[in-house]
Structures are given as C-alpha cells and as structure tokens.
Design a protein around this ligand. Structure first.
Ligand code: MN
Length: 320
C-alpha cells in the first residue's frame, strides 16, 4: 500500500499534514504546489489499496479528479474548509469538511487528533489570517503574549512562502518547506534552528517595501491602479500589497497588476466596503475574473488591453 499526501503549499496545508504525520508516521509521496495551485488531485496516480490524504484544497475544484481516484479503488481521507456544496458519497471517501468562517484545515485536524499537536494549529490559523481563532487556541495552551507573537510571525512567514505564480518565484518549494518543518515537534525549536525562517521574514518585509515604492500607473478620484515590474517579488507580493492598500486606504478601490508567464497580466482588485461597485462585480466583466465580494481578481488580461482595463477600472469606481 502506498501513501500519497496531497496538501496546499501554504501554512495551513503544511501544518495540517505535520500534525497528522506526527500522529501517524508513514513514508508518503508528497503532492503540493504554490498557494493558488489547487487542482492537485489530478496529479495523483493511485489505485486499489492506496491511501490518499488530501488537505486544504477545494473539493469543488477537485471533484472530477476525486471521483476518478475513488473509482480507481484508492481510499481517500479529505480535510478541508473551503466551500464544498456537493460532497460525493462513496465508501472509499472519508470527508471532514467544515466551511465555518473561523475554521481552517489545521483546526479540523486538531479536532480529529483531540488537540494532540494543537500548537501547530495555532501557527496555521495565524497563517490563514484567522487571528481570533488562533488566539483562542493559544489561550487554551496557556501561551504568553510573546509566544503568541512568535507563532503569528511563523504562521505568516510559512504562509508567505506559498505566494508566487510558480515555484520558481518562491524562496523554497513547499514540499521542501514541509520536509524542514516536519523535523520539529516544537515550533519554537524550528524558529531557533532554521535560518530560513529569518530569510522568509526579511523577504516578506522587503517585497512589500519594494511595492510601496512604486507609483500608481493610474490615479483617479476614487481609485488607484498599480502595475508592478516583471519580477518574482511582484508575483509574491501582489495579493499582500493589495490587502495592505485596502487596509491603509479603505475608502478607495485598488488594482494591482503583475506580469504572468503567459505574457499578460494577473490582477488583484480590492473595493471599498461601501459604494455600489464591488471588486467581484468588476472582475466578472472579464472572462477570467472571480473571487470574493471585495477581494477579487482576474487571472489573465491580454497585454494589449491594459489601457482599456485602466479606463474601465477608473470608470467602474468613479460613482459612489
Ligand atoms: Mn486553509
């Protein structure tokens, strides 16, 4: 029997798998990728008797590949917190899905293991930006303020490593980052021993600093659009930069454009909470647009359409 572990390359995916494998150590084949690379199950090659564990990737986006895998005779255990409106019923599938807003996959695994390695769920919840859930778990472990702050930084750094268009944009491939994390039962020990964490922290700070030094390409009454240079740091920081702008200047709409491997632009859009135009409504005007109401994006825009995009962005967020 082979074990295949399929997990999101962000902090939540890594910490979920780490908890499980401390409880159930096995040699497993690893399948993971950058954070937005979530169609991972189609990369699994397994059959009768094989055990596949899937962590922190949308079941909805993997449903077809999951059904194929189940039909091939593999057994699948699935932990996730993304929307899953139609969970298949199959004797080979054990699904632990909870879509509650204050839950991440590592918290589901923490429940499954009865809290055995809870400190890693704290790290993951901070990484997934679930601050109050993380603090609740940290308090149940009686961690002090300094320990909480250190775990928050660790979660954010592990998470930041997963941002980029491809693994070549990242400081370390997520599978290697997991193999490093896996050597430590104690996250404080990991932070003391591994200089990579300090490098991730520096990179996260310097990427944002570089983005903040870029002047917007288009400034209008109610919105700003930024075009970042064609560099790995741009592709790592784009979402973080857009969130930063939305936090610091919440009454304006923001678009952050980065060059992608197809020669076009990938775009993050954030909209003010009030006003009738939303990031999602705007992004849906484009074929590859989607996301959440006030935090949406466009996967690909042809380069020749840049000026048209800037005009439509300005126009959409002009009226309030
Ligand atoms: Mn997650």
């Amino acid at each position: 029997m082979r074990h295949i572990d399929v997990f999101n390359g962000d902090a939540d995916g890594i910490c979920a798998l780490h908890q499980l494998r401390m409880a159930e150590p096995v040699e497993a084949e690893l399948i993971t990728g950058v954070k937005h690379d979530i169609e991972l199950i189609k990369r699994v090659n397994a059959g009768s008797g094989d055990q596949v564990t899937v962590l922190d990737v949308s079941l909805e986006r993997n449903r077809g590949a999951l059904l194929k895998l189940l039909e091939s005779g593999a057994r699948v255990r699935y932990f996730d917190h993304h929307a899953a409106p139609d969970i298949p019923v199959h004797p080979g599938l054990e699904a632990m899905i909870d879509e509650a807003a204050d839950i991440c996959t590592s918290i589901l695994v923490d429940r499954f293991l009865g809290g055995r390695f809870r400190i890693w769920a704290v790290v993951a919840a901070f990484g997934d930006n679930l601050g109050s859930a993380a603090l609740g778990l940290a308090q149940s472990l009686k961690l002090d303020k300094d320990q909480q702050a250190a775990l928050q930084e660790l979660g954010e750094n592990l998470n930041y490593n997963a941002y980029g268009e491809t693994e070549s944009d990242l400081l370390i491939p997520p599978a290697d980052l997991y193999r490093m994390v896996k050597r430590y039962t104690d996250p404080f020990h990991l932070m003391r021993k591994e200089s990579l964490l300090g490098r991730l922290d520096k990179e996260r700070v310097s990427d944002l600093k570089q983005a903040l030094a870029i002047a917007p390409q288009r400034v209008s009454g109610k919105s700003d659009a930024y075009v970042l240079p064609d560099e790995p740091w741009s592709r790592r920081v784009s979402g973080t930069f857009a969130n930063h702008l939305a936090t610091v200047v919440p009454n304006r709409a923001h678009a952050v454009l980065t060059r992608n491997a197809r020669g076009g632009y990938t775009i993050s859009v954030r909209s003010p909470l009030e006003g009738k135009s939303t990031a999602l409504g705007f992004c849906k005007l484009f074929a590859t647009g989607g996301g959440r109401l006030h935090a949406a994006g466009i996967n690909h825009l042809e380069p020749a359409r840049l000026e048209e995009f800037l005009d439509r962005f300005e126009e959409s967020f002009r009226a309030r």
